[in-house]
Structures are given as structure tokens and as C-alpha cells.
Design a protein around this ligand. Sequence first.
Ligand SMILES: *[C@@H]1O[C@H](CO)[C@@H](O)[C@H](O)[C@H]1NC(C)=O
Ligand SMILES: *[C@@H]1O[C@H](CO)[C@@H](O)[C@H](O)[C@H]1NC(C)=O
Ligand SMILES: *[C@@H]1O[C@H](CO)[C@@H](O)[C@H](O)[C@H]1NC(C)=O
Ligand SMILES: *[C@@H]1O[C@H](CO)[C@@H](O)[C@H](O)[C@H]1NC(C)=O
Ligand SMILES: *[C@@H]1O[C@H](CO)[C@@H](O)[C@H](O)[C@H]1NC(C)=O
Length: 407
Amino acid sequence: MKHFLCIIVLLAGASTAEQLFSRCHSSTRAACVKDYAAAIPGPFFRPPSTDLEHTYDFSDIVIAGDKSTQILNDSDFLVFDQKRGMEILGSPSYEILWNDTAELEGATYVPRQNKIYTMRLFETETSQVSFYQLVVDLNKDPPTVSKYFTNPPIIQASGGSYHNGILYVGVCGSNDNITRGGPSRSGIRAIDIETGKSTVLLNNYFGTPWGCIDDLVVHPGTGDIFFSNNDYGWASGGYDFAMAAPELPVAIFRFTPSTGAVRVVDDTLKEPNGLAFSPDYKTMYISDTGSVSPIAGMSGQQYTSTGHRTIYAYNVSQDTVHLTNKRAFYLTQDLIPDALRVAANGYVLCSAGNGVDVVDTQGILLLRIKTDFLVASFTFGGRNMDELWLTGSRIVRVKWNLTGVVH
Ligand SMILES: *[C@@H]1O[C@H](CO)[C@@H](O)[C@H](O)[C@H]1NC(C)=O
Ligand SMILES: *[C@@H]1O[C@H](CO)[C@@H](O)[C@H](O)[C@H]1NC(C)=O
Ligand SMILES: *[C@@H]1O[C@H](CO)[C@@H](O)[C@H](O)[C@H]1NC(C)=O
Ligand SMILES: *[C@@H]1O[C@H](CO)[C@@H](O)[C@H](O)[C@H]1NC(C)=O
Ligand SMILES: *[C@@H]1O[C@H](CO)[C@@H](O)[C@H](O)[C@H]1NC(C)=O
């Protein structure tokens, strides 16, 4: 009986890689992965990502003596669920519209203007701060990219969320020496998108500075802002970025701009990062990027693939004040789940290394957009919300058949 079972297992595992990976779209560079390649034939190896600059995803898998994985490497889209993945794609396109010398963060669509704002976090070669942001005008064809100056300027911003004429920005860095328009502290700023005037809404917790307000999302019913405070100010390069080691615990907080009150909402994540509501605002998704952690005793960061890189789902209480019922939702297949956005149909999207993963409401990966740059942020955009705009060292537009929620 034992021998008989062994034979069946061997036969079941005898498929070739050619059957696992195939071209599956007539008009775009897409590869389909059969059965999630759950059983890979033969010896295989996937290089581990060791830091933010050297990242490897599923398409970098090497199967001994087999060249068919080349299809994965030569694709812009990896389809894991053939039916729903193809529906998401429709007739997609992938275009690079802009290359930048800075890390472009906090991509946010402003429907009223049909424009996308993105924050220049810092110059990647020199770690120097940038005093301007970029705005992409989708009313032009092709869309134009131009510098955007707020008054006073905003530096080292990493998160964005739009609500009611105001672009709320999470500022990660703190540096009192940068005096163009006053000292800059980690916190939340409001930009009036018509005038460009920027106002500090929050820059401390009872006098203690924030470590890094990395990402934020506004609840449109109450105007309250949920935000993540993590260690990445100091960890991102010391004095250029933050004046001192963190003094506050990392946590998720809720801020009420009308009263100034801040309340801790969850302090169980290692490094809380991206946040997004489901379309009905009953679920909150928050990513934990603790696998990128500060190096103890100095200002730097390190990546450990065995660290925390899971998105968690929470129930939002009816009064929108509490997050309850925390559960693990999705572990990224590469690097960390940095930025999060939710599609109108509830699918959850996260940037993960050189790409964006699209996951269903149960946390099952359906599709991956594969890029050749680290995707720091992304947003749905366009009059029909059927474009996905990716930012990092580039600005990329993906046109497809998945739509975002209009806020
Ligand atoms: C995979 O593709 C990238 C660029 O698209 C290329 O630089 C790399 O050499 C390719 N790897 C293999 C194994 O073909
Ligand atoms: C686009 O998605 C919808 C579901 O949202 C689906 O009904 C439709 O067939 C898809 N279109 C294509 C071309 O796949
Ligand atoms: C951006 O750089 C890539 C090469 O890395 C190049 O192929 C592309 O044409 C550039 N695009 C723009 C808009 O500058
Ligand atoms: C600010 O500038 C002073 C004088 O140049 C320097 O000593 C100090 O280290 C600087 N602080 C930061 C946070 O850059
Ligand atoms: C969490 O919310 C879901 C619907 O969004 C609901 O079905 C479930 O009962 C809630 N669980 C708890 C513990 O409140």
C-alpha cells in the first residue's frame, strides 16, 4: 500500500515547467501560472531579496535545466488566477511616463482636478531633500508632469490622502535646520489644492516628536485621519532625515483635525505602514513592513525576508473609532507590502518590491504587475478610475479593467 501511494505522488509531480508557465494574452506581455506553481518539478531556486535595492519576485525563479521560466521574466503581468486575472487585465497597457532622480511617494488622485500628486521623498543618489513635489495632469494627452511648490514647502513627505478639497500629507522626516519656510517636523500637513497653501495640522504627541508619519487615510464620513507612525525617519539615514532616534512607540493612531485629539488605535504591528479602507469603510487593511527594521544603535535599516511583511485586516467599529478583529490577510510574495489601495470591487492592491500584487477579499493573489523599479506608491486615477498610476523612480500608467473608488 505504501509503495502504491508513492507511485501516484511521483506521477502527479511529473508535469514539466512548460505546463506551469504559458503566454496567455494576445495583446500584452502576460504570463499565466498554472495552479500557482504549487508543485514545481525538479530542483528550483529563487534568490532571496536581501535589501531594498536587490529584490527578486516569482519571475526570478530558476528551475534546473528548464528555460520556460523566461516567459515570466519577459512579462509585465503575472496571472495567477486565470479567470479573474484576465478580467482585471482586459486589454491592458503599461507605459513609463516619467523617470526621476528622487523616490516618488504618496501618489494621490484628486478627482476635482483630474490630477495626481506625488511627493518627492528625497534624491536617491544624494539623500538630499527636495523642496517640490510633482503633479501629473491627466487632462492633457499625453499627461504632463510638472513641479508643484506648496507654500510653505513640504519636505520628506511619504503619504497622501485626498478629502474635500484638501490633500492630507504624511511627513516622515524631521529636520529643524531646513529653514525654507520654517522647521520641518514629522507630522500631518494639509494642502489646499486650489491655492497650494500648506498648513501644519499635527507635529507632536504631547510634545514628543513623531518617528515618521509614513502613511495616512481620511475617513470621509468623519474627516478623521488614521495614520501610521513608524521608525523609518531615523532608519532612513540619520540626521539628513530625522534629528534624533525615535521617542514614540510605533503604532496606528487616529487624529481628529477639528479638535486636535490623537488616540492610539493599534500598537501590535512591528512597523505599521500602508493603510486603506474597503469601499464600504467596514474593513481597514494595514500593512506591517517590520522586515525592514532600524539597525540598533545607529541610523540605518536592514531587510530580513523572515521578518514581518503581512497585511492585516481589521473590522472598523460602527462609530469608526475602533479597529477590532485583527487577522492576517496576505503575506507579500516579495519584499514588503508598502502602499495599499482597494479597488471598487473590494480587491486589495499592495506594492511589493518591483511590482504590485492584486489580491481578492479572501487574501488570494490573483495577479501581479511586474516592474523594473521599486514601487513606492500607487493610486487609481482617471475620469473612469480605470488607470493605475505607479510611482517610485518612475511614473508608470497601467490601463486595465479594474476600477478604483471615487472619493
Ligand atoms: C530578466 O529581465 C530583466 C529585465 O527585464 C533582465 O535584466 C534580466 O537579465 C532577465 N533575467 C533573465 C534570467 O533572463
Ligand atoms: C471587465 O471586468 C468586468 C467585471 O468587473 C467583466 O464583467 C468584464 O468581462 C471584464 N472585461 C474584460 C474585457 O475582460
Ligand atoms: C525612462 O527610462 C527608461 C530606461 O530606464 C527608458 O526606456 C524610458 O524611455 C524612459 N522614459 C522616459 C519618459 O524618460
Ligand atoms: C544643524 O546644523 C548645525 C550647525 O551646522 C549642526 O551642528 C547640527 O548637527 C545640524 N542638525 C541637524 C539635525 O542636521
Ligand atoms: C467583521 O466584519 C464582517 C463584515 O465586514 C462581519 O461579517 C463580521 O461579523 C465582523 N466580525 C466581528 C468580530 O465583528
